[in-house]
Design a protein around this ligand. Structure first.
Ligand SMILES: [Zn+2]
Length: 209
């Protein structure tokens, strides 16, 4: 049952990996204006724009102008007919990005936003009327997947072939594994249409009082 306040399904995305072109990451995040979409990302955004889903970035970034990042992301999204609804950034560093348990232990007390913690998603829920149970997360690391799961979303792993940690425990198990961002977008839009389709008109029959 929905509350009186409208709630919206969202798709949470990370700017790392499949969305933003590798060259920008390789350049050490020099200038946000130089960010470009990764191959296939434009088609994925075009697909997502066909459904009433709020697109929200949840990512780890520091040492860059987040305002400039958001401006550039809005521009890139708009070119695909999509709208960036909000962006959330965890600026906290981790001593060991490659050891999720270490990172979790290190920041358990200091930060509630670094994935696999669901802090950024929960904040988006509060600030943008997001219905997490109808929402999705697309990620390429087990930490992304776990954050989505802990927030109550369905998490889709875009498998670049280098994430094996997802099967280590149930909390990190994705709802689905696909090969790229476009396939994730396709799955989300199709599921959303299916789950929100108008019910077929009832067959009129004989009713007994
Ligand atoms: Zn944080």
């Amino acid at each position: 049952m929905r509350s009186a306040r409208a709630q919206w399904p969202a798709v949470f995305l990370d700017i790392n990996g499949a969305l933003i072109h590798d060259s920008w990451h390789r350049d050490n995040h020099a200038d946000p204006a130089r960010m470009r979409l990764a191959p296939g990302a434009a088609e994925a955004l075009e697909r997502l724009a066909q459904a009433p889903l709020r697109l929200v970035i949840v990512s780890h970034q520091r040492d860059v102008s987040l305002d400039k990042m958001e401006t550039q992301l809005q521009r890139l999204f708009a070119r695909c007919g999509a709208r960036l609804h909000a962006a959330y950034w965890c600026p906290h560093d981790s001593h060991d990005l490659h050891d999720p348990r270490g990172a979790l232990a290190t920041y358990a007390g200091a930060c509630t936003c670094r994935k696999p913690q669901p802090g950024m998603l929960l904040r988006a829920q509060r600030e943008h009327d997001i219905d997490l149970s109808q929402s999705w997360l697309i990620g390429e690391h087990a930490n992304d997947i776990e954050a989505g799961n802990r927030a109550g979303c369905r998490s889709i792993l875009t498998d670049g072939g280098n994430e094996a940690a997802w099967h280590s425990e149930p909390a990190r198990l994705p709802y689905a594994i696909v090969t790229n961002l476009h396939d994730a977008a396709q799955m989300i839009v199709e599921r959303h249409a299916y789950e929100h389709a108008e019910p077929a008109p009832e067959v009129t029959g004989t009713h007994f009082a």
